[in-house]
Design a protein around this ligand. Structure first.
Ligand SMILES: Cc1ncc(COP(=O)(O)O)c(C=O)c1O
Length: 303
């Protein structure tokens, strides 16, 4: 079944304070954001009609705009309310939300001080297809040729559209070579993150993850660190060099879309998703309110 194009769907999109018909949520071809990447966005997940960590995402959208030198013209409270209205208007129970803020078309050039800042919020159904067992098979990543930039080179703390240029290039190359995703090192050659998710390694019973000093400190990353600590695991945030992946028994990604996704390969390094991945998938699913009958799923997969 082909997936309908994102500009041709039923429903409504919140656009600068109004609900508009999905197909009418348009912008002009001379929008500054399209030419100069003056755009920030969020990715949120709806579980059982509730948006997980909604306020954190609304606050991050505003903070991302500030990093790019503009003020999102709505408060986090207003964005929260608009998001919930959009989710309800589209009858989304389990889905994805995409808020986006960008510079408009009043000025066309590098300088864009007087452009209007637009904001839109779209959402669509996105149920979870994979049981914890299926997820435990793990995904395969290649090492990207691209590196996360130095904070002196790009506004790395912002969830800015421009920073995804190297993610798309990395992901396309990975897919073309038969991998699921790519891991990017940073400008110093240290392990950074995947194209849309943070990375963790289990090394001798401890959980290690790179310090987020030049990439997104994901909301899911912080949530999973808390969950791991509650389970009694030691979590170490530190510089991780790629060769150290040889010492990891388990590896997983975290992100709003990825949730907790076990990894079985990164380049030449292999991992075996095990108890830590399983425990954190269970805890994350419980926190977001997803219920899985693990015993029944195990019986079904054995049958
Ligand atoms: C590049 C990148 N890193 C990390 C993450 C994880 O962030 P979060 O857990 O806030 O979704 C994302 C997803 O938003 C991402 O796109």
């Amino acid at each position: 079944m082909s997936v309908p194009s994102f500009d041709d769907r039923d429903g409504v999109i919140w656009y600068d304070g109004q609900m508009v018909d999905w197909r009418d949520a348009k912008l002009h071809v001379l929008s500054h954001a399209l030419h100069y990447a003056s755009c920030v966005f969020e990715g949120e997940r709806v579980y059982g009609g509730k948006v997980f960590k909604l306020t954190e995402h609304s606050e991050r959208l505003i903070a991302s705009g500030k990093e790019l030198g503009f003020d999102v013209p709505f408060t986090a409270e207003e964005l929260d309310r608009a998001t919930l209205e959009t989710v309800q208007a589209n009858n989304i129970v389990d889905g994805y939300v995409r808020p986006v803020a960008w510079r408009g078309s009043e000025m066309m050039g590098v300088a864009a001080q007087k452009t209007k800042i637009h904001v839109a919020i779209a959402c669509w159904p996105w149920p979870s297809y994979f049981s914890p067992e299926a997820r435990l098979a793990g995904i395969r990543l290649m090492l990207s040729d691209w590196r996360r930039p130095d904070p002196r080179t790009a506004p790395v703390k912002s969830k800015a559209a421009g920073l995804y240029m190297i993610c798309t290039l990395s992901k396309h190359k990975a897919e073309n070579l038969g991998f699921d995703d790519a891991l990017l090192l940073d400008w110093r050659g240290q392990v950074a993150e995947a194209t849309g998710a943070n990375v963790f390694f289990v090394m001798n019973g401890e959980i290690h993850t790179p310090t987020p000093d030049c990439f997104l400190d994901g909301i899911t990353r912080r949530t999973v660190i808390e969950l791991a600590k509650k389970r009694g695991y030691t979590v170490v945030e530190r510089v991780i060099m790629p060769e150290e992946m040889a010492n990891a028994q388990e590896c997983f990604l975290t992100g709003t879309a990825a949730e907790v996704t076990p990894v079985r390969q990164i380049g030449d390094y292999t991992f075996t998703p095990g108890d830590v991945c399983k425990a954190l998938i269970e805890d994350y699913d419980a926190l977001v309110g997803r219920t899985h009958d693990l015993a029944a799923a195990a019986r079904n997969s054995a049958a």
